[in-house]
Ligand binder design. Structure first.
Ligand code: NAD
Length: 495
């Protein structure tokens, strides 16, 4: 067998081999075969990357440029990304199993985060305070935090990185990224584009490897100021605890069990499409998956029939083909986990209306495919309604009226997103007020934008990404006091 290509880390502007000398395989989920080897980073590599980022922080090439110049660099990065969108999209399909149909659009949209925050950089203003002391001039300035570590999951590596990286660089920080061990290739390829955009050496670094070996040494490193993490609730909680020991700033984007609520006054055709996009798009591997479909009893049977009929038509197969609608599961452990949850749902008494197992279709080959699956008769107390599956598995839960819909919607530990399908303006306004989630979509689903803040209520996370306020997650305020008095008054009295 031909030797696999080795993908090295990116530290201090150089391609760097791991201190351990070890590499691990990264797989193509459509073939189930390894296609490259990724550097297995550890503590020494993490330290080297943090030192590079720390040195860059005070380097006049970075610290000495003004906000407008930083903004121009970010916008140049956006242009370079646009020029490389197709190449990055194809790489992600190979490493991640995402659909080319989705990646094409995602990679074209990705640069917008760099344009938006590139444009925002020189609009961040301090304030001169109307201070209540005589002979005093007091003002505030917004300053970067320092070295920021970004830990990303496997489902949308470059998009979820952009949500963190664009505001962090705009604010003048330096960065070390630890991508998921399952999908490191696109972040490593992206490093070349950051370099081409003119960011000085050490401003952006990538350490690859496993969470415990490469991620944890970054989280506990004394020279790191902030951790921006996207991933599962268990690892997120662990990262939060570890970061607390060093009093680091932390933002967390974690899991979800989002309700998609269908009222009997909705446009049924649109709501069916909304339910499908909520759970089967991206093979259900999204934090915002509308995995609990709450359907009003009066339309339940008719709606479920239409939904199952539509879901049956979903085309599976090669993610590189433009007409494929449901691709493989990205990782083998995730594939096993999804199949396990299908058994849990059946054992707990849910009724399987569609799918319910591996996809053994010829067009799926040896890939890690599961059938789009619909369970009806789900009770919100069941595990399938409470736990994040992160796959194309839908649980349908009936409800009587507005109060019951809201009560079921909120009865989970998560609060990331939700959907409401209604033709009634009163419901469209009142129901979102009552749902405890960071995003509510009404008569649409799965829309995100660089303009719109995104983040979780409850155990779905801390902090917000995208939108103007996101830059504040990467800045701190300094207050400067200047006395204009000619004489310093009594030193034993507080001013
Ligand atoms: P994961 O938690 O297993 O891994 C995420 C990242 O954390 C990986 O890079 C991993 O190596 C790293 N990691 C794991 N343990 C660590 C540790 N002890 N110290 C430092 N780093 C560590 O998550 P995953 O399986 O890659 O991704 C799926 C999860 O991500 C789902 O729960 C999903 O809901 C969540 N997610 C959330 C959002 C959001 O914006 N809220 C977006 C996408 C995915």
């Amino acid at each position: 067998m031909a030797e696999l290509e080795k993908l090295d880390m990116y530290i201090g502007g150089e391609r760097v081999k791991p201190a351990s000398g070890e590499y691990f395989e990264t797989f193509n989920p459509y073939t189930g075969q390894p296609w490259a080897l990724v550097a297995r980073g550890g503590e020494q590599d993490a330290d080297r990357a943090v030192q590079a980022a720390k040195a860059a922080l005070d380097d006049p090439e970075w610290a000495g440029i003004n906000a407008t110049q930083r903004g121009a660099m970010l916008r140049r990065l956006g242009d370079i990304l646009t020029a490389n969108a197709e190449r990055l999209g194809k790489l992600e399909v190979q490493d991640n199993g995402k659909l080319i149909a989705e990646m094409g659009m995602q990679c074209q949209y990705l640069p917008q985060w760099y344009y938006y925050f590139g444009g925002l950089v020189d609009k961040i203003e301090g304030a001169v305070l109307p201070i209540d002391k005589p002979d005093t001039f007091t003002y505030t300035r917004s300053e970067p935090l320092g070295v920021c570590v970004m830990i990303t999951p496997w489902n949308s590596p470059l998009l979820l990185l952009a949500w963190k990286l664009a505001p962090a660089l705009a604010a003048g920080n330096t960065v070390v990224v630890k991508p998921s061990e399952f999908t490191s290739a696109s972040t490593l390829a992206f490093a070349d584009m950051v370099e081409e955009a003119g960011f000085p050496k050490g401003v952006f670094n990538v350490v690859t490897g496993f969470g415990k070996e490469a991620g944890e040494p970054l989280v506990v490193h004394p020279d790191v100021a902030k951790i921006a993490f996207t991933g599962g609730a268990m690892s997120g909680t662990h990262v939060y605890q570890q970061a607390a020991a060093g009093l680091k700033k932390v933002s967390l984007e974690l899991g979800g069990k989002s309700p998609n609520i269908v009222f009997d006054d909705c446009n049924m055709e649109n709501a069916v499409k909304g339910a499908i996009s909520g759970i089967f798009a991206a093979t259900g591997q999204t934090c915002i998956a509308g995995s609990r479909l709450l359907v009003q009893e009066s339309i339940h049977d008719e709606f479920v029939e239409k939904l199952v009929d539509f879901a049956k038509t979903a085309k599976m197969g090669d993610p590189m083909s433009m007409d494929t609608q449901v691709g493989p599961v990205t990782t083998h452990p995730q594939y096993e986990k999804i199949l396990g949850y299908m058994d849990v749902a059946r054992e707990d008494g849910a009724e399987c209306l569609l799918g319910g197992g591996k996809a053994e279709r010829p067009e799926c080959g040896d890939g890690w495919f599961v059938e789009p699956t619909v369970f009806a008769g789900v009770n919100n107390k069941m595990r399938i309604a409470q736990e994040e599956v992160f796959g194309p598995v839908l649980s349908i839960i009936p409800f009587k009226d507005d109060d019951e819909a809201v009560s079921i919607a909120n009865d989970v530990i998560y609060g990331l997103a939700s959907g409401v399908w209604t033709g009634d303006i009163r419901r469209a306004i009142e129901i979102p007020k009552r749902i405890k989630s960071g995003t509510v979509w009404v008569n649409t689903y799965r829309a995100v934008s660089y303009v719109a803040p995104f983040g979780g209520y409850k155990q779905s996370g801390l902090g917000r990404e995208s939108g103007q306020q996101a830059i504040q997650e990467y800045m701190q305020t300094k207050t400067v006091w200047i006395s204009t008095a000619t004489e310093t008054p009594n030193p034993f009295v507080m001013r």
